[in-house]
Write a protein that binds this ligand. Structure first.
Ligand code: FAD
Length: 535
């Protein structure tokens, strides 16, 4: 359970809970190379010069504005940085793609549209489409000629997404599925051309006898496809969000996505990446607010002094900076894990789509952590930004009020944070049951330490010895609590599945361990490799 080791190997999903990580092996933002820094600067200039000045017009949902910005992004080659070259993309690595999402982060409504298009919009086709479907749609989605949308939620099925009521019935000729139903809260719906829609295949004429939750590619303009009005929202007002209605929409069988009855694989695997991307953009938004809070606090004077001189404000600034640092570390730590897994899968001979999909799936737990940490850090930081700005933070004249409203959605979509906390604990338990996460041996080692005094972790020396020991102890505490919960559940004394207060708290401990360890490893690496930046 040590925090460093020289024989460190790439950790599998959840293994950070029981295995050490080497700080020198961790990718941290200070490690960006020249090319990555150039990309970062390009995106930052685009956001500052091309997007931010249009904020008022974007907020009014000016027709064609967000689509035209997406097209400009496409012209710069920024919609396909995660796609293979043969489809028109530039196949950049996962960390660089994360950096792009991070830099787009501060742009509010545009961020949501960009993430929906490049993430949950494009990925279903990339991950699960046939070669024909990929060739037909992806090159145009990469240039921005077509825009994408993802339709899972319905009025009566949000968190319980698999309870969708939209139906797809194969016609007697076997040429088309007839779609009927309704989707709700669909991002980009107002201008998208391509929609991944999930529906229940049902009826008398089942394809090869199969039925159930299934994905389809729907094109705007198909007869019987209509859009509702734009939703009036609390924030991200410039992002198009509408209902979609399907009334006897004839969908060619060629537009079936993946396999009948396997739509849940598409829905959930796409969400792993969607959650990660959301966390990365939240961190981008967070960093901008931290820097703005600092500038404002240094300039604004009260009682003949900059407000930054007051301890109460200094505390806020420090807390904002610490939380932002921690969340950013979690994002890039996860990006590196996914990138390494993707490379491994590719060298094992997987095609690029499968390699990407399975890499994200392997780190579903870490993706959920990034989603929760990113969104909750942004909410904390934006709230304190309003406080530091005082009345100016409450005014619609500035952009802080908008950022405050925009931030709130992140805890709701891509799986609410409650659902992600359920996913976190559930994934740990599943990995342990499947023998992929050896919690049992870790638990026995901790028990042995408690009973016989045989230390389950090494002794440390050096400047961060005490912190390293603390991280080990966090992990031991979790393992003890998890072990107790599992024992009580097995003996029938605890119905863990229905004790959500316990699950939420266990997930919080898991999140805190990932965060605390990442932050310590980053600080240790900075101290050794970048002493000029030492914290
Ligand atoms: C602006 C916006 C854009 C969106 N974009 C898209 C999109 O592009 N595509 C798409 O398909 N969907 C989209 N959504 C839908 C979004 O994913 C859902 O709103 C979200 O999944 C929550 O579903 P719900 O709103 O029905 O809330 P509900 O599921 O009704 O949840 C209400 C509350 O109950 C809690 N809850 C529910 N179930 C449980 C449980 N088992 N245990 C504990 N707590 C629980 C939730 O955490 C939440 O706090 C968007 C939503 C919004 C608001």
């Amino acid at each position: 359970m040590a925090t460093t080791t020289s024989e460190n190997k790439v950790l599998k999903g959840g293994e950070f809970l029981i295995k050490p990580s080497d700080h020198q092996e961790l990718f941290i933002p200070e490690d960006f190379n020249e090319e990555q820094l150039m990309i970062k600067e390009t995106i930052k200039s685009f956001v500052d010069q091309e997007i931010m000045p249009l904020t008022d017009r974007i907020e009014k949902l000016e027709e064609g504005l967000i689509p035209s910005l997406l097209e400009k992004f496409g012209e710069l080659g920024l919609l396909g940085t995660h796609m293979p070259e043969e489809l028109g993309g530039s196949d950049m690595d996962y960390i660089t793609n994360t950096l792009i999402g991070d830099e787009v982060g501060p742009s509010g409504s545009f961020t949501v549209s960009y993430n929906a298009h490049t993430g949950i919009g494009m990925l279903p086709i990339f991950y699960y489409g046939t070669e024909v479907q990929k060739q037909k749609y992806l090159p145009k989605l990469i240039t921005g000629e077509l825009k994408a949308s993802y339709c899972l939620t319905e009025p009566t099925s949000g968190s319980d997404a698999l309870a969708a009521k939209t139906t797809a019935i194969l016609n007697a000729e076997g040429t088309h599925y007839i779609l009927n139903g309704q989707k709700m809260w669909i991002t980009n719906a107002g201008f998208a051309d391509i929609f991944t829609v999930f529906a229940q295949v049902t009826g008398e004429n089942l394809p090869n006898g199969k039925s159930g939750f299934t994905g389809f590619i729907i094109e705007k303009g198909m007869e019987g496809f209509t859009l509702g009005a734009e939703e009036k929202k609390l924030g991200i007002k410039g992002s198009s969000t509408r209902q979609i209605y399907f009334e006897n929409v004839k969908v060619p069988v060629e537009n079936l996505l993946g396999e009948v009855g396997k739509g849940h694989h598409i829905a959930f695997n796409v969400l792993n990446t969607g959650r990660f991307k959301l966390g990365a953009s939240c961190v981008g938004g967070t960093k901008k607010l931290v820097s703005e809070s600092l500038h404002y606090a240094m300039e604004r004077e009260q009682f003949q002094s900059p407000i930054a001189a007051f301890g109460a404000i200094q505390y806020k600034l420090a807390e904002q900076a610490i939380r932002s640092f921690v969340a950013e570390t979690a994002v890039y730590r996860t990006a590196q894990l996914i990138q390494q897994a993707e490379q491994q899968f590719k060298s094992d001979g997987h095609d690029p789509a499968r390699a990407k999909r399975e890499a994200a799936e392997q780190y579903a737990l870490e993706c959920s952590i990034v989603k929760v940490v990113g969104s909750e850090t942004l909410d904390y930081v934006v709230d304190e930004t309003v406080q530091i700005y005082g009345g100016m933070g409450y005014s619609e004249e500035g952009h802080v009020a908008r950022a405050y409203r925009d931030s709130r959605i992140n805890r709701i979509f891509e799986g609410t944070n409650e659902i992600n906390r359920l996913v976190i604990l559930n994934t740990v338990m599943k990995l342990a049951m499947k023998g992929q996460l050896d919690l049992m041996s870790a638990g026995m080692a901790v028990q042995n330490e408690l009973m016989n005094g045989e230390a389950a972790s090494p002794t440390y020396d050096g400047s961060y010895a005490q912190e390293q020991l603390l991280i080990d102890n966090f992990k031991k505490a979790l393992i003890m609590v998890l072990g107790t919960a599992a024992q009580q559940a097995m003996s029938g004394k605890l119905d863990l599945k229905n004790e959500q207060e316990i699950i939420m708290n266990l997930s919080d401990i898991i999140i805190d361990i990932f965060d605390a360890e990442g932050a310590l490893l980053r600080v240790m690496k900075i101290a050794e490799n970048y002493p000029e930046k030492k914290y």
